[in-house]
Ligand binder design. Structure first.
Ligand code: NAD
Ligand code: UFG
Length: 357
């Protein structure tokens, strides 16, 4: 299949592009690089061409201009540099490539920032999805995998969280995800030809085992594990642990961490499912168990053999005490279950971190 991947240069997108290419699909990667770096393409190229890790041109920037489309991977990966809200560009992309399915990662994702800049979040996440859906309809492409989030469960009333748990948005980011989920339901109700998966990710961490691609946000990371990795590497002084007084086993927040490569494999399975069955699919993708902030920190110290300094500070507004997934539906429907444990997640993050300048 030829698959359009919006936000494909980002963290989850890049790892998913790799799995798609390895499975023999052709990928058209559309990204505006607002939260990613062009160097991810060199990392992908090195992995796909199986260059030895120490010779891989991980820092080499590809030479593409907007829409020029050439990468070192030929038809396996075509880059379109641009914005998912650009209807004209999307029309050109669908006209130029025989796209059969779309995976829509492109979005802004920082909860706190969404409270500060709600209009930017609605514009990017909501308008971007609408423009994409209309372009897909025009082109007659009706298979979509959408990146949703465990944030749609708001403050969960019980854990583990099943897909039929109450939905609630506690911030503009969450609202944008819930709104797009609702739009997709309406689209599927209106036209049975649509095949849509709404995948609710829990906390993706880790990196490809080569260490050539990983989580590389612009600026200081707001998520726990990239922050810990930079403290371990000596790039940041200390972690602030947001809250030591939660009703959890050690007082710190508990989350469901899932390896980004497991997540990438889940996307492939979702696409295969949609191809075979159609309809509207809504699934949690998580590891199915919770770890506290301090448990993650200790594991990272262990695998990196580096101390991670921290201080406990007041809770971060909007955070919940604990959140982890019931992953039974993903296992039953897709045959998907996360395979990689917390030690692997931390080790792979560390391998990636060590290669950063
Ligand atoms: P990311 O920021 O690394 O990747 C998003 C990519 O989309 C970036 O490369 C960015 O440059 C691009 N992008 C953003 N707006 C764009 C636009 N208008 N046009 C073109 N490209 C645009 O984030 P990620 O962690 O890979 O997340 C991918 C998706 O998964 C997002 O939709 C996010 O909301 C969702 N999600 C992420 C997490 C998480 O913790 N990482 C959890 C749940 C859901
Ligand atoms: N934390 C700290 N210090 C930090 C960063 C995080 O103590 O510097 C704590 C948080 O309080 C929380 C845990 O580490 O207890 C995980 O926090 P993250 O920011 O890494 O992740 P969240 O669970 O807050 O949110 C993530 C994504 C959201 C997504 C959500 C879904 O960032 O986009 O998972 O579960 F909606």
């Amino acid at each position: 299949m030829s698959i359009l991947v919006t936000g494909g240069a980002g963290y989850i997108g890049s790892h998913t592009c790799l799995k798609l290419i390895e499975a023999g699909h052709e990928v058209v990667l559309l990204d505006n690089f607002c939260n990613s770096h062009r160097s991810v393409l060199a990392g992908l190229e090195a992995i796909v061409s199986k260059a030895p890790v120490d010779e891989a041109p991980a820092k080499k920037a590809p030479v593409d201009k907007a829409g020029a489309g050439k990468t070192g991977m030929g038809k396996a990966l075509v880059l379109v540099e641009g914005d998912v809200r650009d209807a004209g560009l999307l029309g050109q992309v669908f006209a130029a490539h025989s796209i059969e399915a779309v995976i829509h990662f492109a979005a802004l994702k920082a909860v706190g920032e969404s409270v500060q800049r709600p209009l930017d979040y609605y514009d990017n996440n909501l308008s971007g999805s609408l423009v994409l859906l209309k372009a897909m309809r025009e082109a007659g492409v009706k298979t979509l995998v959408f990146s949703s989030s465990a944030t749609v469960y708001g403050n969960p009333t019980q854990v583990p969280i099943r897909e039929d748990a109450p939905l609630e948005a506690t911030n503009p980011y969450g609202h944008s995800k819930l709104m797009v989920e609702g739009i997709l339901e309406n689209v599927c109700q209106a036209d049975a030809a649509w095949r849509v998966a709404r995948l609710r990710y829990f906390n993706p961490i880790g990196a490809h085992e080569s260490g050539l691609i990983g989580e590389n946000p612009q600026g200081v990371p707001s998520n726990l594990v990239p922050y810990i990795a930079r403290v371990a590497a000596g790039k940041l002084a200390k972690l602030q642990v947001y809250g030591g007084d939660y009703p959890t086993r050690d007082g710190t927040g508990v989350r469901d961490y899932v390896h980004v490569m497991d997540l990438a494999e889940g996307h492939l399975k979702a696409l295969e499912y949609l191809h075979a069955h159609g309809g509207l699919l809504t699934l949690n993708l998580g590891g199915g168990r919770g770890y506290s902030v301090l448990e993650v920190l200790r594991m990272f110290e262990q695998v990196s053999a580096s101390p991670v300094a921290f201080e406990v500070v007041p809770r971060r507004p909007g955070d919940v005490a604990e959140c982890w997934a019931d992953t039974g539906a993903a296992l039953k429907i897709l045959g998907w279950k996360a395979q990689r444990n917390l030690a692997t997640m931390c080790l792979d993050t560390w391998r990636w971190q060590k290669q950063q300048a």
